[in-house]
Design a protein around this ligand. Structure first.
Ligand code: SF4
Length: 316
């Protein structure tokens, strides 16, 4: 199947007083239509910057972004507006992403009005349909964000993101600000909407069990780069990169009789403004070899699209 989103060698650097911050550094992947790529990694690894750069909320520093086979990396003006309508984002904290002065109705109808594509009666109908679609009761139509609980606020955020019928949605930690009891409802809603509308998701989360549940493929990020990626079952069933192994060793086992050795990472994450030479993980890796300190590993496909960036898997 043709990928809907393709990213090749994507880079996003920020100039800071401490130097050039490599927030996203040479990231390559693709996502097929209707599928979900889950992106995991510690906070500060570049997950959110990656999502925002792909949908053009941030300008990329290098590399290419393709939407349905078309290079959209440097689109401007009217083309940029069209691209932005096809790619939306659901934010982590619905409270801060919604305008406190706008009612549910005004929040959802705003993108429809701004697009200039619809007549007044069409906007009324579409707003009502969207509310029903995401499960917001009609009686809450004129409520304000502070009058809603977290789950309902996130439903409003989702309705707003879907208003213009996008193809691709970045879900940036969409449930981490919600109570655990509400998280499953929102995850199920996102899955149902995906099925109904054929949506493609980039699902960013630090919660590994949520990612395992919702994703078709998974990418593991460390210091701005993707160190391992592949089918969800392969990544969770057979993690290969020492960083992925350490990250996954912290997942609690459902069976208390099954013990798993926790791999503790030594040291702090190095600054993305001054990343280590060679393998960026070498300062914390328990399997570090001499070559790792000066030579950056290449990405290797070990089969079934399972890719790993580590010298342990170099051809001997
Ligand atoms: Fe560890 Fe070397 Fe692999 Fe990097 S390349 S993860 S330092 S073994």
């Amino acid at each position: 199947m043709e990928p809907i989103i393709e990213v090749k060698g994507l880079k996003k650097y920020f100039q800071t007083p401490r130097g050039l911050l490599h927030a996203v550094d040479d990231v390559t992947f693709s996502i097929e239509r209707g599928k979900t790529l889950g992106v995991v990694g510690e906070s500060g690894c570049g997950k959110s910057t990656l999502g925002r750069t792909i949908i053009h909320l941030l300008e990329s520093t290098g590399g290419q972004i393709f939407l349905e086979g078309k290079d959209i990396t440097n689109v401007k003006g009217k083309e940029l507006k069209q691209v932005r309508e096809k790619m939306q984002i659901i934010f982590q904290d619905p409270y801060s992403s919604l305008d406190p002065r706008k009612s549910v109705d005004a929040t959802i109808r705003e993108p429809l009005v701004v697009s200039g594509r619809y007549k007044k009666n069409e906007i009324d109908d579409a707003t009502r349909e969207l509310m029903e679609f995401v499960g917001i009761d009609e009686r809450l139509r004129m409520s304000y964000p502070h009058e809603l609980d977290g789950g309902r606020r996130q439903r409003v955020g989702i309705a707003r993101a879907l208003a213009l019928n996008p193809d691709f949605v970045v879900c940036d930690e969409p449930v981490s600000a919600l109570d655990v009891s509400i998280q499953a409802q929102i995850i199920n809603l996102l899955r149902d909407l995906q099925k109904e509308r054929g949506l493609t998701y980039l699902f960013i989360s630090h919660d590994l069990s949520v990612v395992e549940h919702i994703s078709d493929t998974v990418g593991v990020m460390y210091l701005g780069g993707m160190v391992e990626s592949g089918e969800t079952a392969d990544i969770f069933g057979n993690p290969l990169h020492p960083y992925t192994k350490a990250l996954f060793s912290a997942i609690p086992m459902p069976d208390p009789d099954v013990r798993k050795e926790r791999i503790l990472l030594k040291g702090d994450i190095p600054s993305p403004a001054n990343p280590p030479a060679g393998c960026k993980f070498h300062t914390r890796c328990s399997e570090c070899m001499e070559i790792c300190k000066h030579e950056e590993p290449q990405v290797k496909d070990v089969g079934n699209g399972h890719k790993v960036k580590c010298h342990l898997y170099d051809e001997k």
